[in-house]
Design a protein around this ligand. Structure first.
Ligand code: NAP
Length: 299
């Protein structure tokens, strides 16, 4: 249990509601900021204005999965007010407090480093990223269905990157009856892809693999779907780029060529906020329990 652990939750979307619910079940002391338009009530949870003083006793500051944007703004859909994480707030945090988010941008990393506050990125944990790949793959399938006039069954798909997200997506597409090619860079993943019944190729060969493709999914967070690759795609092809912003596609050239190319961020929060929130909450609670054990308080 997290009895006596002080958690401040700032901003976020429907996923954070599940996090609040799960932290309440664990008996944490919770203060939420940026939820003034939320009608759901959480017994025992304190609602507060976003100001430095709310952080003075915090053991953990929980930010939305994206952390902050590049100027410190914390996205918060349940308020009209702006929430920003700036030096004043960091000064108010006890040095033992940790900041939790999904994946941090440079602004947040630098701010935490400057103030000697530990930043924990939950999506760097393999278990969290793998669980999270399930709603991500379902979201990618949803986008494919919405943006094509063919079935996924029988379609020719490429999945670029066979990491935690790519592997789940490739297997999901295969399960739906698609013919799946996978772009990898390592010989081990090439062999694994072959063993799993995909048609593997090395990413530098991408431009030679696209002649008959209906759906091109990317999970590699680098410029990979270049103008040269796009030039070789059939006009019916749809690119669905899952990699974190700005994605790995030359969107300008895709538009010029008349090929539909979509950047698809935050799919778990869109297609399955409750499941996505539960995944975040499970990872977060494990880490908070571990922190509490180290402080010698856990029951
Ligand atoms: P991951 O497990 O690290 O997988 C990334 C894969 O890309 C790895 O297999 C890696 O190959 C490969 N890769 C990286 N650079 C490459 C390059 N230059 N050439 C060839 N292959 C390369 O990461 P993940 O958890 O799957 O996440 C992938 C991306 O999706 C991230 O940007 C993440 O933020 C994003 N994401 C988006 C959503 C969404 O809703 N859109 C949800 C979850 C994750 P090696 O194994 O050889 O290193």
């Amino acid at each position: 249990m997290l009895t006596g652990v002080q958690v401040v939750l700032a901003g976020g979307d429907a996923r954070q509601l599940e996090v609040i619910r799960r932290l309440t079940e664990q008996d944490a002391s919770i203060t939420i900021c940026g939820f003034d338009r939320l009608e759901t009530s959480f017994p025992g949870v304190v609602r507060a204005e976003w100001q430095p003083s709310v952080l003075r006793q915090a053991d953990a500051l929980v930010l939305p999965p994206v952390g902050t944007d590049d100027d410190g703004t914390i996205s918060a859909i349940f308020t009209e007010r702006e929430l920003k994480l700036t030096d004043d707030f960091m000064d108010a945090l006890p040095k033992s407090c940790k900041i939790y988010c999904g994946l941090a941008k440079t602004y947040l990393r630098k701010l935490a480093e400057k103030h000697h506050i530990k930043l924990v990125e939950l999506f760097e944990r393999d278990d969290v990223a793998i669980y999270n790949s399930i709603p991500t793959a379902e979201g990618a399938v949803m986008m494919a269905i919405q943006n094509t006039d063919i079935t996924i069954h029988g379609s020719n798909c490429i999945v670029l990157g066979l990491g935690r997200t790519g592997l789940t997506l490739a297997r999901t597409l295969q399960g739906l009856g698609a013919k799946v090619k996978t772009g990898v860079r390592g010989e081990d993943l090439f062999a694994r892809a072959y063993e799993m019944g995909f048609e593997p190729f090395y990413v530098p060969d991408l431009a030679r693999q696209t002649g008959n493709i209906d759906l091109l999914f990317n999970t590699i967070p680098n410029m990979i779907i270049t103008a040269q690759v796009i030039a070789g795609l059939p006009l019916r092809a749809v690119i669905i780029d899952l990699a974190s912003k700005p994605g790995g596609t030359d969107f300008r050239f895709a538009e010029k060529r008349g090929i539909k190319a979509l950047l698809a961020p935050s799919l778990p929060g869109i297609v399955a906020p409750k499941t996505a929130g539960r995944i975040i909450a499970n990872g977060l609670i494990q880490m908070l329990l571990e922190d509490d054990r180290q402080r010698g308080n856990a029951t």
